[in-house]
Design a protein around this ligand. Structure first.
Ligand code: AP5
Length: 227
């Protein structure tokens, strides 16, 4: 993917990728984190890790995630607070899939103030409904490194194997069509109001997510280069 050559620059602020399921938040957040040498904090990945390890939190989250609903705010906020307190987040971090409700956004605002950060920069990626469903039903993720593929537009060189490490490519449990539609409906109800919340704070930039991932990536990196 594209690089602006600004890869030694720490951003010293929180970046938020906001958008519906399948908008490309994870795809873009990974690249931005790599280019700017910042940790990539995906609440979905953190929760799936808890589910995989069978922790108390994972046992609680699993049925909620399988239904395509949101995990309670207090659980997610506590998880993010603990993660942000680690030393690797002191120069900034990239949030993917958080915040997702107004209480989470308010909780994050308070956390950022406590940790001496300015307001977060929000990159809002918009994509049409039917494209989201197609992207998500085609998504496959490497079991080992988390690299994201798509059977329709970003297929691995060898079917079912990661190009980077040969790891098995898995389909997420919540990427079944009926669950995808529920996740998108929940996005519209609970997360879409964050667009106005952050627009009101003048910290939101709209990104057209309809183009291919590399073009979207160039647009995202160009926004960050202007900071
Ligand atoms: P989470 O893991 O955050 O899932 P999500 O928000 O539903 O988003 P996705 O990961 O499905 O999509 P994405 O936008 O990252 O797209 P991606 O880059 O992978 O959350 C899962 C669950 O955990 C939630 O339902 C909830 O239960 C719980 N949860 C998580 N956070 C929570 C929170 N804060 N509060 C409460 N509960 C929480 O791309 C998708 C596919 O499209 C890939 O195959 C990719 O290759 C392809 N693609 C990407 N970009 C493009 C492009 N430009 N053109 C064509 N294809 C593209």
């Amino acid at each position: 993917m594209a690089s602006t050559g600004s890869n030694s620059t720490a951003l010293k602020r929180a970046l938020i990728f906001l958008g519906p399921p399948g908008a490309g938040k994870g795809t873009q957040a990974k690249v931005v984190a790599e280019v700017h040498k910042l940790p990539h904090l995906s609440t979905g990945d953190m929760l799936r890790d808890h589910v995989g390890r069978g922790t108390q939190l994972g046992l609680q989250a699993r049925p909620i995630m399988e239904r395509g609903e949101l995990v309670p705010d207090e659980i997610v906020l506590a998880m993010v607070e603990e993660r942000i307190a680690r030393a690797d987040c002191s120069a900034g971090f990239v949030l993917d899939g958080f915040p997702r409700t107004i209480p989470q956004a308010r909780g994050l605002d308070a956390l950022l103030v406590r940790r001496g950060f300015g307001s977060a920069l929000v990159l809002h990626i918009a994509v049409a409904y039917e494209d989201l469903v197609r992207r998500l039903t085609g998504r496959r993720t490497c079991k080992v490194c988390g690299e994201i593929y798509n059977v329709y537009n970003r297929a691995p060189r060898v079917d079912g194997k990661c190009d980077k490490d040969g790891g098995e490519l898995l389909q997420r449990a919540d990427d079944r069509e009926e669950v995808i539609r529920e996740r998108i409906a929940n996005y519209d109800r609970q997360t879409r109001p964050l667009i106005d919340y952050y627009r009101g704070q003048s910290t939101l930039v709209d990104i057209d997510g309809a183009a291919d991932a590399e073009s979207v990536n160039r647009a995202v990196l160009a926004v960050l280069a202007r900071l």
